[in-house]
Design a protein around this ligand. Structure first.
Ligand code: DCP
Ligand code: MG
Ligand code: MN
Length: 300
């Protein structure tokens, strides 16, 4: 490490103390990060991962991390088992979850970002199918598509119904119908979070030379429409900033609602407050005392 020396005067930053416990006690700092802070304070630098691990292992970890459904833990385990290529992994079905098998199957397709015109086609496909189930459903692509990006990693479709009840049961029927028509090819996750239903899967538009694309669908009650729309439009970084700002103002913002009058004692919530009326995205910005930002300006 170039900066480290026995008498190295590396601890210039008055905010970094030389006590490991203090690092660990910083909010949101876990043991692993605390150890790294300690290493920086001690040596003046952090050993890069590539100095403690060989190049081919690093390359394999990076490759495996790109398999849908495989996190850093899985990637490391596969490397420890001696796997270096996707075919090495594919040859060991007992080491692969159902999701990872789909990720391996569509590895190149899933890494490829689609042009936004294709996200619009996927939105249309889902919209047509959904409207055949219940008239009046709102079906709209959010995520990077709604932020106006030229390419999209997946298509994030939000569904709700202005009558407040006709959204119920739609997701189950929609996924059945889209399987039937051959549009949905693989199911990754079907889950419920409170009143939100979510589906993650893979789809393929009809016609020649089409790739498998990732699709995320959420179905939400109309009362939660604006907060869900704001959340699902992102970006993830923008959402974190908004949530942090809400906390500073004694509120909590989630994909479900904006609550005011939240009372915190440290990390603990003494009162979860009361939900504010949020009929539109604009109303959420207003409650937070922020000027409105259109989706195109929500990348940071
Ligand atoms: N989201 C979030 N926090 C996360 C993941 C997602 O708040 N950790 C929200 C914001 C994202 C939205 O969900 O914009 C959709 O998630 P995606 O992963 O599909 O991200 P994007 O659509 O923004 O980008 P991409 O084009 O890569 O899909
Ligand atoms: Mg997306
Ligand atoms: Mn998504």
């Amino acid at each position: 490490c170039a900066m480290s020396s026995k008498h190295g005067s590396v601890n210039h930053n008055p905010h970094i103390t030389d006590k490991l416990e203090e690092a660990a006690a910083l909010p949101s700092i876990g043991q692993q990060i605390a150890d790294k802070i300690w290493e920086i304070v001690q040596s003046g630098c952090l050993r890069r991962l590539d100095e403690v691990m060989s190049g081919d292992k690093m390359a394999a970890i990076n490759l495996f991390n790109d398999v849908w459904g495989a996190g850093p833990g899985t990637a490391e385990r596969w490397v420890q088992q001696g796997f270096r290529t996707l075919d090495d992994v594919r040859a060991h079905p007992d080491q692969i979850t159902k999701q990872q098998a789909i990720g391996l199957n569509h590895f190149e397709d899933f890494l490829d970002r689609m042009p936004r015109s294709e996200a619009a086609e996927i939105e249309n496909m889902v919209q047509t199918s959904a409207l055949a189930i219940a008239k009046g459903l709102i079906v709209q692509a959010c995520g990077s598509y709604r932020r106006g990006k030229p390419t999209c990693g997946d298509t994030d479709v939000l569904i709700t119904h202005p009558d407040g009840s006709s959204h119920v049961g739609v997701l189950h029927q929609l996924v059945l119908d889209l399987h039937q028509s051959g549009f949905i090819t693989d199911d990754l996750v079907t889950a419920t979070d409170g009143t939100h239903r979510k589906y993650l899967g893979a789809c393929k538009l009809p016609g020649e030379n089409r790739k498998h694309r990732r699709i995320d669908i959420i179905v939400v009650p109309y009362t939660e429409y604006a907060c869900a729309l704001l959340y699902f439009t992102g970006s993830a970084h923008f959402n974190r900033s908004m949530r942090l700002l809400a906390i500073k103002k004694g509120m909590t913002l989630s994909e479900h609602r904006l609550n005011a009058g939240v009372i915190r004692k440290g990390k603990e919530k003494l009162s979860k407050g009361q939900p504010l009326s949020t009929p539109t995205e604009e109303s959420v910005f207003e409650h937070l005392g922020l000027p409105y930002r259109p989706p195109e300006e929500r990348d940071h």
